[in-house]
Design a protein around this ligand. Structure first.
Ligand code: NOJ
Length: 445
């Protein structure tokens, strides 16, 4: 049986949450609207018509939730700052009450011996900025730099661990190409500038923190999925290669100074109009202290000529009759191991933190107990895979479980439960799931 001590005594063990998914109090103490507050008002965008307005009420319950984190034995608390709490209009006047709230969260973490790991941007753009074009606007870098500066100056004396962006591929593709996430925009004319502005903000944000926070440990996070061709037919192999570029390479390679991976996917040459003949290559680069990898599942890809541009589509886990979670995401610890190795093979990545990993299942409280054995099995399998990669020399410094408690799962609403703690959204009652107790026991050994 794997023990947490096998990862070394300095290993970071955390839980991760995000402002929009947990805080609630969406219009309290001067907070401005976010794109998710606005998006959730549009018919049919979020399952069950759910709204993120109250979420887990973390804004009022943070003390109890941090105590629970501590009680489960974690030593890191990853959370994000809601931009529109700090700058309700996205730019302009700073909202003191917003600063105050995060000061309290940070101080409480420190009091409990939890390392506060702060994400600057976890998908909740101020709605005021979306009205000005949001991530498609070239002014995004100016807005983001200002926001990062305010955060660094307010919290940098106590917060040393910073994540600049959460999954840029996630919010640019779902929010600006597929329209499934806020702000619900679609098409390449939105996606391409959003990509480029996110790439620039990821590096500019790193520079702001480096300049303003002494001894900062700076990273940014990437979603990643091993891409497996459905068959060894050349068409499927090529389709998988294009998907791999989009899912795994598009955001890290510019950060590492390699520019966009356009040679292997001609379509991406279109980004050239935004980079003015690639003069931006230097500005897209930043020497991150670590990268955060967020992995849940691999994807199996086949050629599909109907799909515009990418000409590829996924063969779902359920169709292939392989184990999967309630999201339909394949459970495959070996692929987690292989994707970690793939990112390590860049050679220029210094340290890796698994900044998210976890699983969604249909949990139920029965007589006060949530017996989520499938989630326990998932963690056992994935932690074993991570240990194998670490044992073989990958410099993995930490692991953060997604997520502390069930929360607002974006367009899936509140029904998709990923937490170690069950939340009854009617009463806000928390019930530690058996996976939470499992983690507590694991972290003691
Ligand atoms: C990635 C995102 O960062 C997080 O917000 C989301 O809830 C999880 N994955 C699960 O989908």
């Amino acid at each position: 049986m794997l023990k947490s001590s096998q990862f070394g005594k300095d290993f970071l063990w955390g839980v991760a949450i995000a402002a929009q998914q947990n805080e609630g109090a969406y219009n309290i103490d001067g907070r401005g609207l976010s794109i998710w507050d606005a998006f959730s008002r549009r018919q049919g965008k979020i399952k069950g018509g759910h709204k993120p307005y109250d979420a887990c009420d973390f804004y009022y319950r943070y003390k109890d939730d941090l105590l629970l984190t501590k009680a489960l034995g974690f030593n890191v608390f990853r959370f994000s700052i809601a931009w529109s709490r700090i700058l309700p209009d996205g730019t302009g006047k700073v909202n003191k009450e917003g600063i105050n709230f995060y000061n309290k969260v940070i101080d409480e973490c420190l009091k409990l011996g939890l390392k506060p790991f702060v994400t600057l941007y976890h998908w909740d753009l101020p709605y005021a900025l979306e009205k000005e074009g949001g991530w498609t606007s070239h002014r995004m870098t100016r807005w983001f730099t200002r926001y990062a500066t305010v955060c660094a100056e307010a919290f940098g004396d106590r917060v040393k661990d910073w994540i600049i962006l959460n999954e840029p591929m996630g919010f640019t593709s779902l929010g600006y190409m597929l329209g499934k996430h806020a702000p619900g925009k679609t098409g390449m004319s939105n996606f391409l500038p959003a990509i480029h502005n996110a790439v620039l903000c990821q590096a500019d944000g790193g520079r702001v923190i480096r300049d303003l926070v002494p001894k900062a440990y700076i990273g940014t996070t990437f979603s990643c999925s091993e891409v497996i061709p459905h068959t060894d037919r050349d068409l499927d192999v090529q389709a998988a290669k294009r998907m791999d570029i989009l899912l795994n390479r598009l955001f890290i390679e510019p950060a590492l100074g390699r520019g966009y991976p356009k040679d292997d996917f001609k379509f991406l040459e279109k980004l050239e109009i935004y980079t003015k003949a690639w003069k931006f290559t230097d500005r897209m680069r930043f020497n991150f202290d670590f990268i955060g990898l967020q992995n849940y599942f691999p994807v199996t890809i086949r050629h599909n000529s109907i799909m515009p541009i990418i000409q590829a589509s996924e063969v779902k886990a359920a169709t292939r009759k392989v184990p999967h979670t309630a999201m339909g995401w394949e459970i495959n610890g070996e692929s987690f191991y292989r994707i970690i190795k793939k990112f390590w093979h860049y050679g220029s990545v210094k340290e890796i933190i698994i900044s998210e990993n976890g699983a969604c299942f249909k949990d139920e409280v029965v007589d006060g107990v949530v017996n989520d054995t499938a989630r326990i099995a998932y963690f056992e399998e994935y932690l074993k895979a991570m240990h194998k990669a670490k044992h073989e020399g990958v410099n993995i410094k930490g692991y953060m479980a997604w997520t502390l408690m069930d929360n607002f799962e974006w367009s899936e609403g509140y029904k998709a439960r990923f937490g170690l703690i069950h939340v009854d959204f009617e009463t806000q009652l928390r019930t530690i799931k058996n996976s939470g107790y499992w983690f507590r026991d694991f972290l003691q050994k």
